[in-house]
Design a protein around this ligand. Structure first.
Ligand code: FES
Length: 122
């Protein structure tokens, strides 16, 4: 049912926890399944130097948040804002249709953290 890549990110999540000295955070949730995803980032001069996640949710949510952190690490905030849930699903080599909303959560968490950064910017 799940691709090897999903299982890999679920079993060995990358970048789990809280980014050291983070200056951006975003928490999003899905009202239907109750899953919650939190992303923290340390952004310096518009570049994501560190990003970590904590996900209270299903295995697909863990896998999508894990791969999403890898996809935006080292990117500019503009590049990271262009991340789509479709790209996350492709990077995981697919998700079952009933799990697509988990990838939406990953996209939303990245965007929420960057919005927070933009809000706090002097
Ligand atoms: Fe809702 Fe996965 S079941 S995020």
């Amino acid at each position: 049912m799940y691709t090897e890549r999903v299982m890999d990110h679920f079993n060995c999540p990358r970048n789990m926890g809280e980014a050291d000295g983070y200056n951006a955070e975003g928490t999003v949730g899905n009202a239907k399944c109750g899953d919650i995803m939190r992303m923290t980032m340390r952004i310096e001069e518009g570049v994501i130097k560190d990003v970590k996640f904590k996900t209270f949710g299903c295995g697909a949510a863990v896998a999508t948040s894990s791969i999403a952190t890898e996809m935006v690490m080292g990117k500019t905030v503009e590049e990271a804002l262009a991340l789509t849930n479709k790209a996350v699903v492709e990077a995981l080599e697919g998700l079952p249709p009933q799990k697509i909303h988990c990838s939406v959560l990953a996209e939303e968490a990245v965007k929420a953290a960057i919005e927070d950064y933009n809000r706090k910017k002097p």
